[in-house]
Design a protein around this ligand. Structure first.
Ligand SMILES: Cc1cc2nc3c(=O)[nH]c(=O)nc-3n(C[C@H](O)[C@H](O)[C@H](O)COP(=O)(O)O)c2cc1C
Length: 213
């Protein structure tokens, strides 16, 4: 098998896992995931990622409870038609209580020097590159987990109530939440959700100099 085929297989087989067995995840395995994460590319090689590894089941449950309570308050403001999905929504933001390990993933805020450059942009965080760099580290971590037979799921749903989460987490200075990652040994093997075709996602802008294949 070529490197590409092996890589693509790993990429295609990775699934978001939301059911985990009780089996613990070893510190060595976690170290191997973080090793993959830290080799991701980053803006100006700033490596703006930070991972809080929560292994204490009680603390994980407590965080899920905080999200559940704050989110149900917030979901009350939804229009009636959308309110029907509130239960499902809460589940997708709190199922991490099933996981033996929760990674709280943070990105460092942009350097203050770049503030004048970013001021007035529609999407300064995106342009600064920090959250994007961290997303790349997370994808490395997810693929490393797949290669080790571990299951993961990224969550941003809980960030809808990020103030409540931050209040419970004591974050390092000048860091914001990027996402959570539920981690453990999988207790399900979901079918792959549908993917858009290449035709649906790509636009080749005409290059007049390109000869037809
Ligand atoms: C940025 C991001 C945020 C996500 N947030 C959630 C979430 O809050 N809850 C959840 O259950 N899944 C979440 N997911 C997982 C997606 O639902 C999942 O990746 C998608 O349905 C495709 O399935 P797959 O990962 O198995 O290929 C998130 C994924 C990404 C990349």
């Amino acid at each position: 098998m070529s490197d590409y085929d092996r890589l693509l297989e790993l990429i295609r087989l990775r699934r978001s896992i939301r059911q985990f067995s009780d089996r613990a995840v070893g510190r060595e395995e976690i170290a191997r995931l973080l090793e993959a994460a830290r080799w991701a590319p980053s803006n100006h090689n700033r490596q703006p990622w930070r991972f809080l590894v929560i292994e204490d089941k009680q603390q994980i449950n407590q965080l899920a409870e905080i999200v559940s309570q704050s989110l149900s308050e917030k979901l009350k403001s939804l229009p009636e038609a959308a309110a029907a999905y509130a239960g499902e929504f809460t589940h997708y933001a709190t199922f991490f209580s099933n996981a033996p390990v929760l990674l709280v993933v943070l990105h460092k805020q942009p350097v203050s020097l770049s503030a004048p450059l970013l001021a007035g942009l529609k999407n300064p965080e995106l342009v600064s590159g920090e959250p994007l760099s961290v997303a790349m580290a997370v994808q490395n971590l997810l693929l490393a987990a797949q290669a080790l037979g571990l299951g993961t799921c990224v969550l941003t749903g809980p960030l809808l109530v990020q103030d409540a989460l931050v209040g419970a987490l004591d974050l390092p200075a000048r860091h914001d939440l990027t996402c959570l990652v539920a981690l453990g040994h999988p207790a399900e093997s979901p079918a792959p959700p549908r993917r858009k075709t290449i035709e649906q996602i790509v636009e080749f802008r005409n290059n007049p100099r390109r000869t037809k294949d």
